[in-house]
Design a protein. Structure first.
Length: 400
């Protein structure tokens, strides 16, 4: 099998993992009704997956860094498949929470390992494209996985949907078993190495931006189904169509954000993306629940959120040019922390108030992200000027 096909099948695995993570947002009311719990309590399923992926996956990667990557990938995909089957048989909400933790741990680790394996299967000059293919699988989960899954869950039941995903994951599992060679990492990326970058103030501020704007995104998007249905009853088909359009807007945002970051710079793109998010979130509460006003604003908000992501990752890599893998790995963990943080905030809001109020805390979080960006770029500008001044002094000393 051509290595490019293997990379594509790895992207399929990541697509299915991403679908399992994000799909809960589209079927939250169904899950809540099935377990006889509130929508805010059901939102904990998003938080459980995200926290497990954010904390557990990097630890698994670090502890098993010397283990054959093929064996680890097969192990993590195997656990992920079994956990998908386990969803069908989870008799209680507590058991479902445990299952989501297992899914987050195995799925998060499998995603990172799949990226590493993909770069080993292709020539050096094609490694960037291989990573891009894997990440496209993740973004496609939002574009296609969530709306299609939401639609199918109405027809076959949300539990059966996880069985289908588990069975589909067998395809990349057997492809890895048959076509991926044994791979042993030469340079270990330990958990301590990942944490060491937090000593840099600029990196901490950059990661805070990720945490806050993703937190703002998750505050609203985790509960997007009940939010859209606050004042109007939407069929599964209509809701799926809205989610599909939102996914397409996220894809457009990612592409536009990448182009803008390359042509105009990461800083301008981050400013623009965060400002757009904050502006839309500020307008949402004033729509008075009109679905015709809310949907266009949601679409623009999706573009603003996802255009920020490539610029943010590009800026982080520029801060650690000698260790881009570590930068992206830690940023990925903070993205998952943001998902967990936002879903928890959103759950508290709708348990005390209503889903119509979700725009306010989301706006506050994104506003803090924008303020953190102002602080970061001012600090980076000052540090850059100081470096230039020191270099100038050294040259003068040498001249004297």
């Amino acid at each position: 099998m051509n290595p490019k096909w293997v990379v594509s099948l790895l992207a399929l695995a990541v697509f299915l993992i991403g679908t399992v993570e994000y799909i809960i947002s589209g079927i939250l009311p169904m899950v809540a009704a099935d377990f006889g719990i509130t929508t805010s309590a059901a939102g904990m399923l998003v938080m459980a997956f995200a926290l497990s992926a954010a904390i557990g996956a990097p630890i698994v990667i670090a502890v098993t860094i010397r283990v054959d990557r093929k064996k680890m990938l097969l192990s993590m995909l195997g656990v992920f498949i079994l956990s998908s089957f386990l969803v069908y048989f989870s008799p209680s909400f507590e058991m479902m929470l445990v299952t989501r933790v297992i899914q987050g741990l195995s799925g998060g680790a499998a995603t990172v390992i799949a990226m590493a394996v993909a770069t080993r299967l292709v020539e050096v000059q094609h490694r960037g494209r291989a990573i891009g293919t894997i990440l496209m699988g993740l973004s496609s989960a939002l574009v296609l996985g969530v709306p299609v899954g939401t639609f199918l869950s109405e027809a076959v039941g949300w539990r059966t949907l996880f069985i289908f995903i588990g069975l589909l994951t067998l395809i990349p599992f057997f492809a890895v078993f048959a076509k991926v060679p044994s791979i042993t990492e030469q340079k270990a990326m330990t958990f301590g190495m990942q944490l060491s970058i937090l000593k840099d103030k600029k990196i901490v501020l950059a990661l805070a931006i990720t945490l806050l704007y993703i937190g703002g995104y998750s505050t609203l998007f985790t509960y997007i189904a009940p939010f859209l249905q606050e004042n109007v009853e939407l069929s599964a088909a209509v809701l799926s169509g809205i989610l599909l359009l939102a996914g397409l807007c996220s894809f457009v945002g990612s592409k536009f954000g990448g182009w803008l970051a390359d042509t105009k710079g990461a800083k301008l793109t981050i400013y623009f993306g965060l400002s757009l998010q904050a502006g839309i979130l500020l307008l949402l509460p004033w729509t008075n629940g009109s679905i015709y006003a809310t949907i266009p604003l949601i679409m623009i908000w999706m573009v603003g959120t996802w255009m920020t992501s490539p610029a943010q990752q590009l800026y982080l890599v520029s801060l650690i040019p000698h260790s881009p893998d570590i930068a992206l790995s830690v940023n990925t963990s903070f993205i998952q922390f943001g998902f967990a943080f936002g879903s928890a905030i959103g759950g508290m809001v709708i348990s005390r108030f209503s889903t119509s109020n979700l725009g306010w805390p989301a706006f506050i979080l994104v506003l803090f992200a924008l303020l953190a960006a102002v602080r970061l770029f001012a600090y980076a500008y000052k540090a850059g000027n100081e470096t230039i001044f020191e270099d100038h002094k050294k040259r003068n000393v040498c001249t004297d």
